[in-house]
Design a protein around this ligand. Sequence first.
Ligand code: CUA
Length: 329
Amino acid sequence: MRRSLGAALAIASTGLPACAAEAPSSLNPQGPASSRIEGLWWFMFGVSAAVVVFVGALILVALAKRRHASGGIEDTPGWARRLIVGGGVLFPIVVLSVLWVLTLHDMAALSQPRPAALTIDVVGHQWWWEVRYPAQRITDANDIHIPVGQPVRLELSTADVNHSFWVPQITAKMDQIAGRVNTLTLQADHPGIYRGQCAEYCGLQHANMALYVIALSPSDFRAWEQAAAQVPAVPTDATLLHGRQVFLSSACAACHTIAGTGASGAVGPDLTHFGSRRTIGAGTVANTAGNLGGWIIDAQAIKPGNVMPPIQLSSVDLQGLVKYLESLK
Ligand code: CUA
């Protein structure tokens, strides 16, 4: 009952017509951290609902038994004064203290570092996420691949302003604060794709700063790891080769990196495996050839304020470039 109500509320809160398992809400937890948060949420909800019902009932009783005022406060009977002091002062102190202690207890448990076989650095940028696997020498953006059922250590930092990392179904929020590294344990119970979102206002495109955690079975994760560590081969197809040439000779290479080419720009996301990404612009639009073409020509029309300038290309150059980038799996 609790689970189905949580899933229903989760869907109602996101407006998604998706199945319950896909609702990206803390009330649809898919990992130990979010399950703990969900338990506390339901306890707080239950206590709050009981208080509202109790106070509402008292108001109804008072309305039913009201008498016309005949005297001042000094005429209030002793039991009524005790009710006002007990219910209005002592009761809130006790209830709020209990909720506070439970919250502190869960916060302490959630921030407890756990031994993890995998460490991932996540750097916030206005407005995208740089994702690095230092031991594997893999750099990615906006998609975070993890093995299912295992704690993964995240080291969270920022390259500019403060951001906040949050994947509601599998982890608590953690701020990314300029000048320091915060850590968080990420763990998903089931394979799947979990949407995350920057949870701290960070400028114009804060709302378009999404990410996806892709939880894979251990064997799928190892396969992904091996593929992601590969340097893309130089294409043999003439269109792709032309697209590669366009990339290297235009403004693209000054801001983006593609492993194995001369391009090593560090302003925008690493594009070594761009074709395997789910979205363009950190969740702004789906990663399709049409959207990519529009993005290259005028990224400001799609995500105003981001640092990518418009790139003027002939249609042949643009088609080659789009095909080449989409081929980088
Ligand atoms: Cu980054 Cu909000």
